[in-house]
Design a protein around this ligand. Structure first.
Ligand code: BMA
Length: 321
């Protein structure tokens, strides 16, 4: 396993997730035409790391780009977006692409993202080298966002979390679980969890969505997710975590009443969309339980934060909804 980017928890810090001290790690103009680079996903690859990055252009169009890094902190992001190949030209047509996730399942790296096809839905592709990407059929009918694959089959089926939605920035959204024998036909949909009334846990009262691909632990799947509250100044995006049953992941064992990270630093509070922390990737070191989270900051730049399996498990158990 490659060495994950890591910093120890600061002395006296009482919360479960702490930021990288030199955040943000990716600036808004890191490619020649980018307006912002955020909500992006990375995985260990060869002797370093590879990723798929959401770069909104200076035309404010959304697309996804491959990138590479030796240390997981300093990234070379391609200046051209990913050109997908695939069986059906209609599916390859690009309307917009954003908020990618990446996961290794068996022999391939799989990318899922919010794919414009008469409204947002979930695109899926696989790659072996982060150069050639083969796009499969969209997983669902529109409208859907935040398609997040599990890293292995569960009960013999590929498994995906997603968040059915409407066409725009809707003030609703719950998390569902879907299953597939072949990554093309998805069904057996199960409700996982929804919003929480404001009197109990207001940061997740308006909508929620799965973040990084779930992390397998002995006690269940750890899911880091985003929760949204609609305020008089717009939406505020925070991070929470939940523990899902290992064999029936639509069953929620615990869910955090308190958020695990909220917009507090200037690069999270200000930007193109203020008050957003939006996690899309988490690297885990199985031996130590260390977790490195990559998250979008104010829809403008990309940050990194740290936690451990132990920190998150004890947080959800100590402060359950
Ligand atoms: C959501 C998505 C995310 C974005 C968030 C805050 O609907 O578009 O990509 O980070 O809104 O603007």
């Amino acid at each position: 396993m490659n060495h994950l980017p890591w910093q120890e928890k600061p002395e006296g810090y009482t919360r479960p997730v702490w930021r990288y001290q030199d955040n943000p790690i990716i600036g808004r103009h890191q490619t020649p035409t980018s307006n912002s680079i955020f909500n992006s996903a990375v995985v260990p690859f060869e002797d370093g790391f590879a990723g798929v990055f959401r770069c909104d252009s200076m035309a404010i169009s959304m697309d996804i780009y491959a990138g590479f890094s030796k240390d997981g902190i300093h990234w070379d992001i391609n200046s051209e977006p990913i050109q997908f190949i695939g069986a059906d030209g209609e599916i390859l047509q690009r309307e917009y692409r954003y908020d990618p996730r990446v996961v290794r399942i068996e022999d391939h790296y799989y990318v899922t993202w919010c794919n414009g096809y008469h409204g947002p839905t979930i695109g899926i592709a696989y790659t072996d080298d982060f150069k050639t990407f083969v796009q499969l059929e969209n997983a669902f009918l529109p409208y859907n966002r935040n398609g997040v694959l599990f890293p292995r089959k569960i009960q013999g089926k590929y498994a995906m979390l997603s968040r059915p939605s409407g066409t725009g920035h809707n003030a609703y959204g719950d998390i569902f679980y879907s299953q597939s024998p072949d990554l093309e036909y998805w069904g057996h949909h199960r409700f996982v969890m929804g919003v929480i009334p404001t009197d109990r846990s207001a940061w997740q009262a308006t909508k929620i969505g799965p973040g990084p691909c779930p992390i397998e632990t002995d006690e269940g799947w750890l899911l880091i997710y985003h929760g949204v509250l609609q305020t008089c100044n717009g939406f505020v995006y925070r991070m929470g975590c939940a523990l899902l049953d290992l064999e029936e992941p639509w069953k929620v064992k615990y869910r955090s009443r308190f958020y695990i990270l909220a917009p507090e630093e200037m690069y999270e509070l200000t930007g193109d969309v203020p008050n957003v922390v939006f996690p899309c990737a988490a690297l885990t070191d199985a031996a130590t339980g260390r977790i490195t989270i990559y998250y979008g900051c104010a829809d403008t730049v990309t940050g990194m934060a740290f936690t451990t399996v132990e920190e998150l498990l004890s947080w959800v158990k100590k402060y359950p909804v």
